[in-house]
Design a protein around this ligand. Sequence first.
Ligand code: SF4
Length: 102
Amino acid sequence: MEAAYYEIDPSGQARCRLCPHHCHIAQGHRGRCQTRYYDGRNLQALNYGQCTAIALDPIEKKPLYRFHPGSAILSLGSWGCNFTCPFCQNWQISQQEAPFGN
Ligand code: SF4
């Protein structure tokens, strides 16, 4: 799936404008989030439509202090992340390269 919010700069690299990293991505490479790949024609959003985890969790598991106590919240995630927090609890999927396939 072609990504949104990018342009090809005069040097021929893709410049992603989706998040503040503003990655310059050479052909055959990915952005910092590991999910956006420049194939030389378009920037591809490799994780589009892909779900790596889905769960109904107790609201108390989330950082939502005193928000509807006793209720449930839907957690949904995909490959990649544009942060690299050293304490990430989901590093196995957040720091993985999204697979090709869309
Ligand atoms: S980290 Fe990903 S979303 Fe952010 S600018 Fe880079 S390629 Fe785009």
